[in-house]
Design a protein around this ligand. Structure first.
Ligand code: HEC
Ligand code: HEC
Ligand code: HEC
Ligand code: HEC
Ligand code: HEC
Ligand code: HEC
Ligand code: HEC
Ligand code: HEC
Length: 407
């Protein structure tokens, strides 16, 4: 009996609480002519959206539903980046000058995208590459309808896209010393998050010196093995031609531009470390990273040259029908085990070592990166030897005069 009564009381209390919550909008906002009656209906229809919007800053600064969607319900606007630009020119301009704004084109440019069902692109690749769709999607990091800057600053804002096999930056950061400090203390500013290093002073360009594949186009005056140029020159490794200039700008955005730009960008990055570390410490860390990349690329080049030799000797058939690609993102379409291995070595294991070391993650740098690269190279050489041996045997068995012609 007593129990029942308290239950009823609780229920009443709960109702008045939710009523009070609704009332908060009704007093202040339902009558707000600026919101043109949008709130009245949308509190019933999409309460989550109304709640999110009122928990954000814009609702307190005179921005209304109609500011973005317009007043005409029969012809509602679907707000895009140009709507945001009306009030946020700075972020718009920075974003537009950065790689995120190219994400949609970069994806669309991959030839195999054209062969996939539209839904696969929309729900798969497109869920991440949407960040560059229609000029750019600002809600990729500032989710609707709170549009919060604090939310975007958290590393979780980058997680849905910067994770997984090809680009596990979140995983690398999370299990690095930096990520672990953040994990145990939260956003105390003691350890850097993605935005600390990649969006310094709120820079929406998200600049990077090495970019996706860690290739540099011109590396004449620094002491690296010239791997990028050799790789690009040897793109006939995969039967490809040198990319046209246009290609470099779009898909080839994966490739870093000129030496000058690289140096400037590197300097800026070291300056960010200087918020917490000494100049010497930061500089040495970068040098170590760069030297490691150099070691990796020597092995990478050896692997490419091993395969190239097989092509030259006619032992392995050189693929000819492949579209131009500076970044070998096409390699998994190959049939031979050797070429598959080369693809994994380059896009998975080399990328892990490179990204792992720059994100200060020993696990990725060594265990998932360097060790795998050594194994890849050993296997590639071994496989090449087997191919050559069996080619030689077959050649011996053939009656003279009918030798297979090299292409
Ligand atoms: C008379 C009630 C009512 C009013 C007033 C109203 N809406 Fe709506 N609105 C609706 C209904 C109903 C839907 C459809 C919801 C659904 O699809 O679940 C809707 C949908 C929307 C959508 C989503 C459209 C889509 O394609 O998904 C937007 C955006 C929207 N309203 C904005 C506004 C704005 C801005 C205002 C004020 C200018 C406003 N609404 C006023 C009832 C209303
Ligand atoms: C700062 C701009 C902005 C304001 C203000 C704004 N919206 Fe939106 N809204 C957006 C954007 C951006 C989208 C996504 C459009 C797209 O992807 O095509 C959207 C989508 C929607 C949708 C459909 C998508 C969904 O998640 O269901 C509804 C409904 C909606 N808004 C309602 C509202 C209501 C109600 C208000 C006021 C409480 C409001 N919006 C205020 C920018 C805004
Ligand atoms: C009508 C002008 C207007 C439009 C359109 C507009 N904003 Fe805003 N926005 C503002 C104002 C005003 C503020 C508050 C600025 C301040 O206090 O310095 C703000 C603040 C913000 C903030 C910072 C919030 C915080 O937590 O501090 C973000 C993020 C933001 N807007 C994103 C967007 C996005 C994304 C769009 C497009 C979908 C958009 N805005 C469209 C006027 C606008
Ligand atoms: C909706 C998915 C998505 C989210 C969220 C996202 N990114 Fe990206 N990011 C991408 C894609 C896709 C690319 C590759 C674009 C290209 O190269 O065309 C990219 C590229 C980058 C690059 C490389 C830039 C370069 O010059 O090569 C950096 C740095 C970056 N993102 C940082 C961030 C940070 C930091 C966050 C979180 C604050 C973030 N991203 C959130 C999808 C996303
Ligand atoms: C890659 C994630 C990401 C994307 C995409 C993004 N933002 Fe931001 N935005 C952030 C981060 C992180 C901050 C906080 C920066 C800081 O203060 O450290 C921020 C801050 C802001 C602010 C507040 C600026 C201030 O100083 O108060 C505005 C306004 C804003 N963004 C608008 C936009 C607009 C407009 C777009 C689309 C052109 C956009 N953002 C796209 C991550 C993003
Ligand atoms: C301590 C600073 C720091 C933090 C924190 C950090 N990064 Fe990086 N990041 C770097 C450096 C340094 C590079 C390599 C130099 C370059 O390319 O600019 C890099 C490279 C990148 C690149 C481009 C090169 C590549 O690997 O494709 C992306 C994308 C990226 N980081 C995303 C992230 C994301 C997402 C987070 C958070 C989960 C994050 N980073 C956290 C410093 C940092
Ligand atoms: C989980 C999110 C996600 C999915 C799904 C995804 N990507 Fe990406 N993609 C990214 C990110 C993040 C980068 C940038 C990585 C970096 O800089 O380290 C990227 C980079 C790229 C690049 C290189 C861009 C450049 O710099 O030129 C291409 C091309 C690409 N993706 C195509 C695709 C295709 C095609 C698919 C579908 C088969 C796909 N992506 C699926 C997130 C994604
Ligand atoms: C916001 C402050 C902050 C920034 C910015 C920052 N770090 Fe750190 N970093 C720390 C702290 C705190 C530690 C932990 C110190 C310790 O190991 O005792 C740390 C640790 C490290 C470590 C040691 C990792 C390990 O496994 O022992 C390296 C290497 C490092 N940082 C490199 C960098 C580089 C490179 C940058 C710039 C790209 C950078 N940090 C930016 C705060 C920062």
């Amino acid at each position: 009996m007593f129990k029942k009564l308290s239950f009823v009381l609780l229920f009443v209390a709960f109702c008045s609480f939710s009523y009070a919550e609704g009332k908060e909008y009704s007093v202040k906002d339902r009558q707000d002519k600026n919101n043109g009656g949008c709130i009245d209906c949308h509190l019933e229809i999409t309460p989550g959206i109304v709640r999110d919007f009122f928990s954000g800053v814009m609702s307190k600064k005179g921005v209304t539903c109609a500011s973005c969607h317009g007043n005409d319900h029969d012809n509602l606007e679907s707000p895009n980046i140009y709507k945001c630009m009306e009030c946020h020119v700075k972020q718009y301009t920075q974003f537009t000058n950065g790689k995120h704004s190219l994400a949609w084109i970069a994806m669309k440019n991959l030839p195999e995208v054209a062969n996939q069902p539209e839904e696969v692109i929309k729900r798969g690749c497109g869920s991440c590459h949407r960040i560059g769709r229609n000029g750019g999607m600002c809600d990729s990091c500032h989710t609707r309808h709170r549009f919060s800057k604090a939310e975007a600053r958290r590393p979780e804002a980058c997680l849905p896209c910067h994770a997984g096999i090809e680009h596990p930056q979140y995983e690398m950061w999370k299990t690095s010393k930096h990520g672990v400090i953040y994990g145990s203390e939260g956003a105390t500013d003691r350890a850097p998050t993605c935005a600390t290093c990649h969006m310094d002073e709120g820079n929406h360009q998200v600049p990077s010196s090495w970019k996706f594949l860690g290739l540099k186009l011109r590396q004449s005056n620094i002491e690296l093995p010239g791997f990028s140029e050799k790789l690009l020159d040897k793109r006939n490794v995969s039967g490809n031609k040198q990319p046209a200039n246009d290609d470099k700008k779009t898909v080839g955005g994966a490739i870093q531009n000129e030496e000058m730009e690289w140096q400037a960008s590197r300097k800026k990055q070291i300056k960010i470390c200087r918020k917490c570390h000494s100049e010497k410490y930061a500089e040495q860390t970068f040098l170590d990273n760069e030297n490691l990349l150099k070691e990796v690329d020597q092995l990478m080049l050896e692997a490419f040259e091993t395969v190239e030799k097989l092509y030259e000797e006619g032992i392995l058939e050189r693929p000819t029908e492949l579209p131009t690609h500076p970044d070998h993102l096409e390699f998994f379409e190959f049939n031979s085990i050797l070429e598959q291995r080369l693809y994994i070595m380059f896009l998975e294991h080399r990328a892990r070592t490179f990204m792992g070391t720059f994100h200060n993650n020993p696990q990725y740098t060594y265990r998932y990166g360097w060790i795998q690269i050594k194994r890849d190279l050993a296997e590639i050489k071994d496989e090449a030897k087997k191919l050559r041996d069996s080619y030689d045997v077959q050649k011996k068995l053939q009656p003279s005069g009918s030798e297979k012609q090299d292409k």
